[in-house]
Structure formats: structure tokens, C-alpha cells
Ligand binder design. Structure first.
Ligand code: NAI
Length: 335
């Protein structure tokens, strides 16, 4: 490191951040996403406490991870009896619990199994740590975020600024594909992706990409469709053994890190996320969100869309509204 002054400043910022706690609970921690996500969180120096909950295998996963020489105190919780204990003190609850797709399935085909898994986890979180940020990965995200929100409403603790659908993987994929196509380091690419997290509801805003990326019309259409179908690309390649897990774990670790930074007062933290929204007529919608200590600090909206993107938006809204209504109806009927 450089001068003494730089070293002193670095030490100060380190001691500030290390005095702050970041207590994260991962629900579904033994799964294909849950395990690598828990590893990445265990490696995040900002995480002080890591609670791993699942219906199977968490004692082993936690014992294994706890041997990494990082400071996050890692504990496993298994089964319904330990569900509430796993959420005690949590500031961020990340939910990758539920079944993934097999070839030929849409995300909506997962609804019957995953809706009740997310609802029950949300019910416990609403009771034990109602102020925690909730980051929902379980599909269909377009419906599971409304489901969790309705459960929080029924518990009387709903705060729309604190419930997030994790759509980060769509941004990560757009950045990777665009960087690759244009010979730019993907780490330097930032392409907002708005809408929802399923098929045509995934709307990459390539016209707003930084750095500016120009594609001829046919390539723009092909790139957009590749981003929309990227999950299916992985499902097909895995040939029945599941959907994206490693890239999803990376994306969720990035999103969780941004939530931690926001809770710890860092300014200018922006992530696209699927949240309660009045930006369009769909009551939940992903847009770039400025994150702050209380969750959503500001919804940065859609910006200026190209005519092509306007068309994508128009096609997405009816499907999104349908998926949202399905989630709301599920809770009204069953809880
Ligand atoms: P997986 O089947 O490998 O793991 C799921 C884990 O959830 C298992 O360990 C299982 O025991 C656990 N689980 C089941 N019921 C539970 C309950 N009631 N409480 C706690 N844990 C429970 O599945 P994978 O690949 O990890 O995917 C998880 C979810 O993430 C799926 O719904 C999948 O569709 C979704 N996903 C979302 C993405 C996104 O971009 N938001 C991307 C990729 C997957």
C-alpha cells in the first residue's frame, strides 16, 4: 500500500466497517444455489453472522463452512423446529428455497411447490425479524415477491421498501453477453434489466447500457432474446439436473453485498430489483433502485426507452400482472 496517510485511512475505514454487524440468514442453504451462495457470503468480510437454514443437511454445510478462516460466525439450523431460531437477529434474509426447473418447464410450473415454501418462510420472518430486508430468489419470482408481501401485510408488518425480488442474474447475464459480444471486459459493462424475472417479462435496456453499445436491429433482437432465455439455456445444458446455481449464487452474493453496503450507510448503491412499484401499471416491477439504510431509498424508474424497448414493455405488462394476481390470490385463499 502507498503512503502512511493512505494506510491510516484504510485502517480507519476497515475499523468502521468491522464494528458494524451484518447478520444474514440463508433459507434453503443446502441447495444448488444455497451452498455456493453461503460460501460466497462466508467469504464476504462484511458478514459477521451467517445462519444457514434448510429442511436437510445444514448441520454439515455449516460445520464445513465454519472452518473457513473468515470472521462470519456460521451456524446451521435444520427443520421446522429450528426455523424461527434461524431468523433471530437477522438483518438480511435471503431465500433460495424451493424446487428448480427441469427441461421443458417454465418458471410458473414451479408455482405449486414454491408458493407455499416462500409463504411459510415469509410468515416466520415476518414474526421473528419483521424489519429485516428480504431477498427472494425462489421462482417464479414474479409471483413469490407478491406472495411474501401479502404474508407481511397479513402479519401487519409490511414495508414495501424492504422486500426485494432478486433479478440480479438478468443484469449479470446481460453484462456478460454484451461484454463478450463487444470485446469489453464484462466487469466494466452495466446494462439495466427491468420488468420481471421470466421470459418476455425480462426487459434488458441495452439503449441505456454503459459503456454505450450499438447493435444492428437483428443483433439487438437476438441479444435481447438470449438474455430473456438465458436461464433456459442453462436448464437445457444441465439436462435435468437443475437450473443456474453458480451464476445465481454469484448474483445473489453481489445483491446481498449491496444490501449490506446500503444498511451500513454507503451512498450511491444501485441495483436492479423486482419491488413494489408504481412505475408502470404492474404493482411489482424491476427497475434500478437506489438502496439506503431503510431499503429502497429511491426508485430510479425506467429512464428513456427506445421504440424497441417500448414494445418489450408493452408485451411484458399483461403477463406480469397475471403472475402478480396469481400470487396475491394464493395467499388470500390459503393464509
Ligand atoms: P435446489 O433444489 O438445489 O435447492 C433448493 C433447496 O431448498 C434444497 O436444499 C431444499 O432442501 C430446500 N428447501 C425445500 N423446501 C424448503 C423449505 N420449506 N424451507 C427451507 N428450505 C427448503 O434448487 P436450486 O437450484 O438451489 O434453486 C432454488 C430456487 O431458486 C428455485 O426455485 C429456482 O427456480 C430459483 N432460481 C432463481 C433464480 C433467479 O434469478 N431468481 C435463478 C436460478 C434459480
Amino acid at each position: 500500500m502507498g503512503s502512511g496517510a493512505t494506510r491510516a485511512a484504510a485502517a480507519r475505514s476497515l475499523s468502521t466497517s468491522s464494528s458494524q454487524s451484518a447478520r444474514v440468514a440463508v433459507m434453503g442453504a443446502s441447495g444448488g444455489i444455497g451452498q455456493p451462495l453461503s460460501l460466497l457470503l462466508k467469504l464476504n468480510p462484511a458478514v459477521t453472522h451467517l445462519n444457514l437454514y434448510d429442511i436437510v443437511h445444514t448441520p454439515g454445510v455449516a460445520a464445513d463452512l465454519s472452518h473457513c478462516e473468515t470472521r462470519a460466525v456460521t451456524q446451521g439450523f435444520v427443520g421446522d423446529d429450528q426455523l424461527k431460531a434461524s431468523l433471530e437477529g437477522a438483518e438480511i434474509v435471503v431465500i433460495p428455497a424451493g424446487v428448480p426447473r427441469k427441461p421443458g418447464m417454465t418458471r410458473d410450473d414451479l408455482f405449486n411447490t414454491n408458493a407455499s415454501i416462500v409463504a411459510n418462510l415469509a410468515k416466520a420472518a415476518a414474526e421473528v425479524c419483521p424489519k429485516a430486508f428480504v431477498a427472494i430468489i425462489s421462482n417464479p419470482v414474479n409471483s413469490t415477491v407478491p406472495i411474501a408481501s401479502e404474508i407481511y401485510k397479513k402479519a401487519g408488518v409490511y414495508d414495501p421498501l424492504r422486500i426485494f425480488g432478486v433479478s440480479t442474474l438478468d443484469v449479470v447475464r446481460a453484462n456478460a453477453f454484451l461484454g463478450e459480444a463487444k470485446g469489453v471486459d464484462p466487469a466494466d459493462v452495466n446494462c439495466p434489466v427491468v420488468g420481471g424475472h421470466a421470459g418476455i417479462t425480462i426487459i434488458p435496456l441495452i439503449s441505456q447500457c454503459s459503456p454505450k453499445i450499438e447493435l444492428p436491429e437483428d443483433k439487438l433482437k437476438a441479444m435481447t432474446e438470449r438474455i430473456q432465455d438465458a436461464g433456459t439455456e442453462v436448464v437445457k445444458a444441465k439436462a435435468g439436473s437443475g437450473s443456474a446455481t453458480l451464476s445465481m449464487a454469484y448474483a445473489a452474493a453481489r445483491f446481498t453485498d449491496s444490501l449490506i453496503k446500503a444498511t451500513q450507510g454507503q451512498s450511491g448503491v444501485v441495483e436492479c430489483s423486482y419491488v413494489a412499484s408504481d412505475v408502470t401499471e404492474a404493482p411489482y416491477f424491476a427497475t434500478p433502485i437506489l438502496l439506503g439504510p431503510n431499503g429502497v431509498a429511491k426508485n430510479l424508474g425506467l429512464g428513456t426507452l427506445s421504440p424497441f424497448e417500448e414494445g418489450l414493455l408493452k408485451a411484458a405488462i399483461p403477463e406480469l400482472k397475471k403472475s402478480i394476481a396469481k400470487g396475491v390470490e394464493f395467499v388470500n385463499k390459503n393464509y
